[in-house]
Design a protein around this ligand. Structure first.
Ligand code: AMP
Ligand code: MG
Length: 325
C-alpha cells in the first residue's frame, strides 16, 4: 500500500510518499519547497501563493524520486491543521483535486500528531515528545487514547521567537539556523528572564529583553548564545519533569527547532543523566515535511479513520482520538 501526503500548514509545501512493506513503513520520497525571505517574515497570503506556485513541481519531483506513477497510489492524506488558514487552504485544494483526478480516498491528519508519530520510527516505544517548532511548542505523551499535552508555551512557539528576534536583527526568515551559527561564537552568558510556570513556558519577555540588548549594541553572538541557552534550558527542564511524572524513560525530539545541535546536545545530556533513552529523527523529518503526513495518513487509513475536507486552523494535539494505537 502506498500513501501520498501533502504538507502545507505554514512555510513549507511538501509531498511525501510512503510504502508499506510487510511489517514496516518505508518513506520513499520526501520533497519540499520552502518559503523564505531575505528580510521580513512570513505573510500568510504570500505563503499560500508560494504553495500554489510550487505544488505541481514538488509532486513531480516526489513521484520521480519514488519512481512511481500517480495511479499506483492507494490513498492521499493532507495536513488538515493546525496552521495558517491561507496555507492550509492551498494544500487542501491541491489534495482534493489530486484525489478527484486519481479517484483515491482522501484523509486529513493532524500536523502535530504526525510530528509525534514519525518520531516513533526512531525506535522509541512510549516516549515523551519535545515538540519545538515554529508555531508550536509542546511537551506531549500518550495516555489513555490521546496524546496529552503536559506543558506548552503560553505565548508564541519557540521558533517564532527565534524568527522574530532574527527579523529584528535583519536576518530574514527562517532565522533559527542563523542564530545557531551566531551563538557558536558567544562567550558571555547574559542573564535573561527564565519563564517556566509549572509545566508551561513563555518567551515574550525574553524576546523583549534581547531586542533591548541588541539596541544597546551588546555583542550579537553573546545575545544569541544567551537566548539559546535560556530558552532551551526551559524546554529541557519541563521535558525532564514530564518524564519524571509519567515514569516514561524515552525522549523524542520533533519540530524544526530540534534541528539545532545545541538543543539536541542538552536533551541528550539530560537523558544520559537520568538513565533515559534519547531519540531524534533525521533533520528532514524534524522540519515540516510531507513524509510524516503520508506516514500518519497510512496508519490512520488502515485504522479506518475518516475525515471531512474542512481546514482546522486551531486543531489541538489533544483533540485527536488516537484509535490506531
Ligand atoms: P517547523 O515549523 O517545525 O517546520 O520549524 C520551523 C522553525 O524551525 C523555524 O522557526 C526555524 O527558524 C526553526 N529552525 C530551523 N532550523 C533551526 C536551527 N538549526 N536552530 C534553531 N531553529 C531552527
Ligand atoms: Mg511543524
Amino acid at each position: 500500500m502506498i500513501c501520498l501526503g501533502v504538507e502545507s500548514t505554514a512555510h513549507t509545501f511538501s509531498i511525501g510518499l510512503v510504502r508499506e512493506l510487510k511489517d514496516k513503513i518505508e518513506i520513499i520520497a520526501n520533497e519540499k519547497d520552502v518559503f523564505t525571505t531575505e528580510k521580513g517574515g512570513m505573510i500568510p497570503n504570500e505563503v499560500a501563493e508560494h504553495h500554489k506556485r510550487v505544488c505541481d513541481d514538488v509532486l513531480k519531483k516526489a513521484l520521480t524520486k519514488a519512481n512511481i506513477k500517480l495511479n499506483e497510489i492507494d490513498v492521499i492524506s493532507w495536513s488538515q491543521g493546525p496552521g495558517l488558514d491561507p496555507a492550509l487552504l492551498a494544500g487542501r485544494d491541491f489534495a482534493v483535486k489530486l484525489a478527484k483526478e486519481s479517484n483515491k480516498p482522501l484523509l486529513g491528519v493532524n500536523h502535530c500528531v504526525s510530528h509525534l508519530e514519525i518520531g516513533r520510527t526512531t525506535g522509541a516505544k512510549d516516549p515523551v515528545l519535545l515538540y519545538a517548532s515554529g508555531a508550536n511548542t509542546q511537551i506531549i505523551a500518550y495516555e489513555a487514547g490521546k496524546y496529552r499535552i503536559f506543558g506548552e508555551t503560553l505565548d508564541q512557539g519557540i521558533g517564532n521567537i527565534l524568527d522574530s528576534f532574527g527579523r529584528y536583527m535583519g536576518l530574514g526568515f527562517p532565522a533559527g539556523p542563523k542564530i545557531e551559527q551566531l551563538a557558536k561564537n558567544g562567550k558571555n552568558l547574559i542573564e535573561l528572564p527564565y519563564n517556566v510556570k509549572g509545566m508551561d513556558v513563555n518567551f515574550g519577555g525574553i524576546l523583549t529583553k534581547c531586542k533591548q540588548l541588541f539596541d544597546k549594541k551588546l555583542d550579537v553572538s553573546d545575545i544569541c548564545y544567551s537566548l539559546q541557552e535560556t530558552i532551551f534550558a526551559m524546554l529541557v527542564e519541563v521535558s525532564e519533569r514530564a518524564m519524571a511524572h509519567t515514569g516514561k524513560d524515552e525522549l523524542v525530539l520533533g519540530g524544526g527547532v530540534a534541528c539545532n545541535s545545541r538543543l539536541k546536545e542538552m536533551c541528550r545530556i539530560m537523558c544520559e543523566e537520568r538513565g533515559a533513552k534519547y531519540f531524534c529523527p533525521e533533520n528532514q523529518f524534524l522540519v515540516d515535511n510531507g513524509g510524516m503526513i503520508a506516514f500518519l495518513g497510512l496508519i490512520e487509513y488502515k485504522a479506518g479513520v475518516k475525515t471531512d475536507t474542512n481546514i482546522l486552523p486551531h486543531w489541538r494535539t489533544d483533540q485527536v482520538n488516537v484509535t490506531w494505537r
